[in-house]
Ligand binder design. Structure first.
Ligand code: UD1
Ligand code: CA
Length: 462
């Protein structure tokens, strides 16, 4: 059985934030949540998250995420070795090897972890480190190798000599360790270093000193192990994640005009032959069907689009569902619980909330539909308003199949307009309307002939 320990107790001083570093969102999800997903995807049956800074906030935020999560509190934040030590009692009995990850490397993915862990098992090392070659090793720990190229230890940047600092092979902070060795080695880790902390990487030199096998697997893709310590690295990680998702979708047959300005979260699905324009945000598990066109500036949050839909510029959808071959916008707003059937047309400056709209119905301009049930083949004229709120409660409007609503209509809920009825333009509907009828509420029109001419003359004389 594979258990994973995720180190997430640190404050993240360089972020200059009230929020614990690993809770900062990257591409829509807390940094540490990406790491949890990768560990889970790699087959970890148990995941122990070590928390500390920020108190119970971290377990509170993450607990909803799954039953395979266990939390271990690190009381004193005195180094990564102590963080792992805090997690040991939580490990299940049958766990033989432990995958150790940092909560601040949101770009790791399950393939990399699986490959790394597989290699660790095959080589039978007591400690395996995932390392990376980078041009600017900065604050990463350096992998020190002996004359034969065997790993002899890891030295932190702050403790490194000038010569060691020039080493380009760095520690990603991802390890696979035999549990029995881990339990023996951790108490042997000291704190005689620049930060006075107990460094987890020291278990490597401990293993080497005991003549135990240690391996470093060099990853080909350094971006996957990027550690986020600052806001600049947070932005960089976000961009890389969005880029990766765009690449996956393009490989699957989605057209993205400008991947650099398209923000699609990792758990979003998009069907083939859909075309996405710039400045589009697809978030929180949004699903887009095949053959859709999403023009610039649209945001979809936890929403779904059927096949063949068109979203013109600037649409905003939240927890909404849109049937196939519908057309929205420009500038349409679908709020939570908006459910549109097929071939619906929603035009500019139309807001819909908690409403179902039947097939082929249309609201083309300047309209508010809230708390409503709209049937099929309903035409809603320009400037129609469902008056759903009396200051205390929300009330429902029902427009049955085939209803025609003229422009500038107010529907004062609760109210029902029966099948195929027609609402004359400018009407305020306050009572239910029977099927097949006309409803009209208007002052009778009065015409005073010649009045305008007389009025102008009078004014011009002055
Ligand atoms: C660490 C490694 C470094 C490696 C780098 C990779 C150590 C000493 N150094 O450096 O070799 O190149 O990661 O990104 O391990 N944490 C705790 N408790 C603590 C301290 C830290 O849980 O007492 C957690 C942090 O929340 C973080 C992770 O451990 O998620 C790494 O800590 P951080 O301070 O970011 O270490 P680095 O300096 O980046
Ligand atoms: Ca770090």
């Amino acid at each position: 059985m594979l258990s994973a320990i995720i180190l997430a107790a640190g404050k993240g001083t360089r972020m200059k934030s009230e929020l614990p570093k690993v809770l900062h969102p990257v591409a829509g999800k807390a940094m540490v949540a990406h790491v949890i997903d990768a560990a889970r995807g790699a087959g970890a049956a148990q995941i122990v998250v070590v928390y500390g800074h920020g108190g119970e906030l971290l377990p509170e935020r993450l607990r909803v995420d799954g039953t395979d999560l266990t939390f271990a509190r690190q009381e004193v934040l005195n180094g990564t070795a102590k963080a792992v030590e805090a997690a040991l009692p939580a490990l299940r009995g049958e766990c033989r090897d432990v995958l150790i990850l940092c909560g601040d490397t949101p770009l790791v993915d399950q393939e990399l972890l699986r490959e790394f862990f597989e290699q660790h098992r095959q080589q039978g090392s007591v400690v395996s480190i995932l390392s990376a070659q980078i041009d600017q090793p900065g604050s990463y720990g350096r992998i020190v190798r002996d004359g034969q190229g065997r790993v002899s230890g890891i030295v932190e940047a702050r403790d490194a000599t000038v010569g060691q600092r020039a080493i380009n092979e760095v520690n990603s902070g991802i390890y696979a360790v035999q549990r029995s060795f881990l339990a023996e080695a951790l108490p042997a880790v000291g704190s005689d270093n620049a930060q006075g902390e107990y460094y987890l990487p020291d278990i490597v030199s401990i293993a080497v000193a005991r003549g135990l096998p240690v391996e470093a697997l060099v990853t080909g893709d350094f971006t996957k192990t990027l550690g986020v310590n600052s806001r600049a690295e947070l932005a960089q990680a976000g961009q890389l994640l969005y880029e990766r998702t765009c690449r996956r979708l393009m490989d699957e047959g989605v057209s993205i005009l400008d991947p650099r300005s398209t923000y699609i979260e990792t758990d979003v699905q998009v069907g083939v032959d859909t075309v996405i324009y710039p400045n589009v945000y697809l978030e929180k598990g949004t699903r887009v069907g095949r053959n859709c066109l999403i023009r610039q500036g649209c945001t979809l949050i936890a929403s779904s689009l059927g096949d063949g839909c068109t979203l013109k510029d600037g649409c905003y959808l939240e927890e909404a569902s849109v049937g196939a071959h519908s057309s929205l916008g420009p500038y349409a707003h679908l709020r939570p619980q908006s459910v549109l059937a097929e071939e619906v047309k929603i035009g500019n400056f139309v807001e819909i909330k908690k409403a179902t709209v039947g097939a082929r119905s249309k609201a083309s301009h300047l309209t508010y539909i809230g708390d409503a049930t709209v049937g099929c083949d309903v035409n809603i004229g320009c400037g129609t308003i469902t008056c759903n709120y009396d200051g205390f409660d929300k009330h429902v409007t029902v427009l049955e199949d085939g209803v025609f609503v003229g422009s500038d209509t107010q529907l004062v809920a609760p109210v029902r307009v029966g099948r195929n009825a027609m609402v004359a333009a400018g009407t305020t509907v306050t009572r239910d309307v029977p099927a097949e009828s006309l409803v009209i509420s208007r002052n009778e029109q009065k015409v005073v002939e010649g009045w305008a001419t007389r009025f102008r003359r009078q004014k011009q004389k002055k």
